[in-house]
Design a protein around this ligand. Sequence first.
Ligand SMILES: *Cc1c(COP(=O)(O)O)cnc(C)c1O
Length: 372
Amino acid sequence: MIQTKVDLRSDTVTQPTPVMRAVMAAAPVGDDVFGDDPSVNALQDQLAAMLGFEAALFVPTGTQSNLCAILAHCQRGDEYLVGQFAHTYRWEGGGAAVLGSVQPQPLSHQADGTLALADIEAAIKPDDVHFAKTRLLTLENTFGGKLLPFAYVQQATDLAAQHGLARHLDGARLFNAAVVQATQLAEKNMINQAVAPVLQAHRAIELETIVKQARRIAGCFDSVSVCLSKGLGAPVGSVLCGSAEFIGRARRIRKMAGGGMRQAGILAAAGSYALDHHVVRLAADHALAARLAAGLQGLPGVLVEPPQSNMVFVDLVDQAKSRAPELLAFLKQNGVLATGLYRLRFVTHLDVDAPGVDHAVAVMRDFFKRQA
Ligand SMILES: *Cc1c(COP(=O)(O)O)cnc(C)c1O
């Protein structure tokens, strides 16, 4: 048996920490379908308040959260505008179409992950019997590990609102986006004020600053879904936020989809703990991704996209082009797990540390040295 030394497949692989498990075990619970679970209610209130919404809904998965959102915004025969590679289009089994008879209208991404404003506008159908009714724009942030520029988020969501569309954010990694945005702003201020950059760069960004950025992003949308089971490190769950009226509709759909859970407070307590204790540390995941990217830079046949958050994407080029399966197998033999469906992907998270990253870099270097 090969021992896994570092699992970089996804930030979903994290183990709940001992403290998180203790908090879960001690959580007060009730029947959440009756609205009785104090830990679920506390989590919902907590995230709604953090992001500036009236209400929130705890759901088992991000997929179900997005499904509830799309079906709460759209009726049968409506359509939503969505990125060609967005989770809400490509990675959710076509749920909105299959279960809700809501048609996706996928749009190509620009290099920075955005959907061009002109493409959004052109895809909005006129009121005509030939067309589905365009009802909703969904964006994803971070998208492929990239922060959508805030000015873009404002423009795209303003455009959607001008055309009477609702706006949903798949913010599975909203707090990663908020950390990147907070870091970028801090760096900009540093340059403006010309203060000692070394000292500043090592000062951790505070929770309050990150939450402020998350709220700024969320404020552009009618609904936002956040995953607790990605970088935040909870074992299960997502939360959908929106107006009280919208969440009422989403609650019905959640029940229909089989997501009405009972003593779910055991899970929700892990989410609350993660919101309190695992947001600031996302910056450490981003730093480890940067360390990994730096280590892989310059390897022959390897093109590394400079990471913004916790994901490193690597393209194999030239002679290495078709060797992803071989490389992934070699990594696995040497205790490094990664994925490579479209491009090689390495994701840092709570259970990855610097020695793990350095090991992954060493194994990658070894692979290309052997093959040189
Ligand atoms: C993980 C993820 C989801 C939801 O995934 P589940 O596995 O259903 O919890 C939604 N959107 C994005 C962008 C994701 O990364």
